[in-house]
Design a protein around this ligand. Structure first.
Ligand SMILES: Cc1cc2nc3c(=O)[nH]c(=O)nc-3n(C[C@H](O)[C@H](O)[C@H](O)COP(=O)(O)O)c2cc1C
Length: 194
């Protein structure tokens, strides 16, 4: 199935995965979906709520958005119930430009991660967004990836290097970002206590 119209192009697409737990609590977190020809994959690291939910329910929704604040909130905060709507009782994000619900099959288990092959079972396109590349948005995404690791590494030198990189991304956000990117960076700084 071609999911280009829904926003998933060749390579890795950064999206917000929504999943639900056994007790139907919705969860959201950024993940990268790899598209290779018409095949879709995701590598999920052990220890997250997302992986517990996916192993249990074998489903995830990939929510496509270019909202920097939503990305950062999904990565570091618990999104409240009013961010979600339900499609046949599966949580998706109300604000998503599009979403795709996938069935997830484990194809490989490693020490720290599982690799899943994804099969689309439902797609919704709410709006098709035309937006030129914004370095500020890309910088927020890069900084958010570093920030999710920052919390788990212990080596002080590595932490200092990461902080320096995040500061470089923050300078790009300041120069190139719009209001949402600047707000996202400030949320990220608050969370990291930088
Ligand atoms: C842009 C971005 C992409 C990410 N991609 C992945 C990914 O592909 N796989 C993964 O396991 N974690 C990924 N992460 C990290 C998770 O989002 C992060 O561990 C999150 O805190 C998990 O939240 P949860 O416990 O609510 O599932 C990514 C983070 C960011 C910011």
């Amino acid at each position: 199935m071609d999911l280009k119209e829904a926003g998933l192009c060749e390579g890795i697409s950064e999206v917000i995965a929504t999943t639900r737990s056994a007790s139907r609590v919705p969860n959201a977190a950024p993940i990268g979906i790899l598209t290779r020809e018409d095949n879709f994959f995701v590598k999920l690291y052990k220890g997250s709520q997302t992986i517990s939910n996916v192993l249990l329910k074998k489903e995830l929704a990939a929510n496509v958005t270019d909202d920097a604040v939503l990305f950062v909130n999904a990565a570091f905060a618990t999104l409240s119930a009013n961010y979600f709507s339900l499609f046949h009782s599966f949580p998706v994000l109300k604000e998503a430009n599009s979403w795709i619900i996938f069935k997830c099959n484990v194809i490989e288990e490693r020490r720290e991660s599982f690799l899943f092959q994804l099969t689309p079972i439902a797609v919704e396109i709410n709006r098709q967004v035309m937006r030129a590349i914004n370095r500020g948005l890309n910088a927020v995404v890069e900084a958010a990836i570093l920030a999710t690791r920052y919390g788990i590494i212990e080596d002080e030198r590595e932490k200092a290097e990461m902080k320096e990189m995040i500061e470089r991304y923050a300078a790009i956000v300041e120069k190139c970002g719009g209001r949402r990117e600047k707000e996202a960076m400030s949320v990220l700084y608050d969370i990291m206590l930088l």
